[in-house]
Design a protein around this ligand. Structure first.
Ligand SMILES: [Zn+2]
Length: 238
């Protein structure tokens, strides 16, 4: 029985390592997912800023063209003003010219605002571009190292699978079935040592009689509290 229990311990060690590798692999994937999501978020911010800048620039161009038109009209009106003799007509045209001057002032003020806004959009695009480039660099590097870690982990999992198979084949079928059952019901830890009468699976005390039997190592023992397979691990206090 001692030898069989040794094999179960070995099996448990293999399963522990495999579980650790699985956790590492999951972490790798999570890291990549997070970074990829970050890159996507900055990319969409860049797209929004670009759209904003293009829209502003378009409005700016339209307004510039309007200013040119209104200025041309005003010039014509000013020329007409010279030839008007009728006082009432003169006054009306003068008012029209004053109105267009006001309108041009307003439009030019608006143009300055557009230009400032375009500048701001350009500036924030610039810093977003920088951020994006840095993130893309980080993503590329991270992808490289994660892929390395991942292939290393997958390779190790393959080795562990092989080791597990060979160890499990040398365990009595009943015992192996028991191990598998406990492994499932305990979430991965089926075999635990008992040190100084304490089960390392649940940290509870093992009754003296079971502890004595356990030390003899003649038969398979289960922890009466957590129902894991236990084995005696001698330490200095014993
Ligand atoms: Zn226990």
């Amino acid at each position: 029985m001692r030898e069989q229990i040794c094999k179960l311990v070995k099996l448990q060690n293999i399963d522990n390592e495999a579980a650790k590798v699985q956790v590492t692999l999951a972490k790798c994937n999570k890291k990549l997912d997070q970074l990829t999501a970050k890159v996507a978020s900055i990319q969409s911010q860049v797209a929004i800023q670009k759209e904003k800048r293009d829209d502003l620039a378009r409005r700016q161009r339209i307004l510039e063209a309007e200013v040119v038109d209104v200025k041309a009209l005003r010039k014509k009106s000013q020329e007409r003003l010279m030839s008007i003799k009728n006082a009432r007509e003169y006054k009306a045209l003068q008012r029209e010219i004053d109105d267009s001057k006001r309108k041009i002032d307003e439009m030019e003020t608006q143009l300055v605002e557009y230009m400032e806004q375009v500048e701001q959009a350009e500036a924030s695009l610039g810093s977003l571009d920088e951020e994006l480039a840095a993130l893309e660099d980080a993503l590329a590097q991270e992808t490289k190292s994660v892929n390395k870690e991942r292939s290393h982990g997958q390779k190790r999992l393959g080795e562990l699978d092989g080791e597990r198979l060979s160890v499990s084949q040398s365990v009595e079928p009943d015992l192996f079935a028991r191990y598998s059952l406990v492994l499932r019901s305990t979430g991965g830890i089926a075999v635990v040592p008992v040190e100084s009468q304490v089960c390392k699976g649940c940290n509870m005390n093992i009754p003296p009689q079971i502890y004595n039997e356990l030390q003899r190592g003649d038969e398979l023992k289960m922890c009466p509290h957590c129902e894991r397979i236990i084995y005696w691990q001698q330490n200095e206090q014993d």
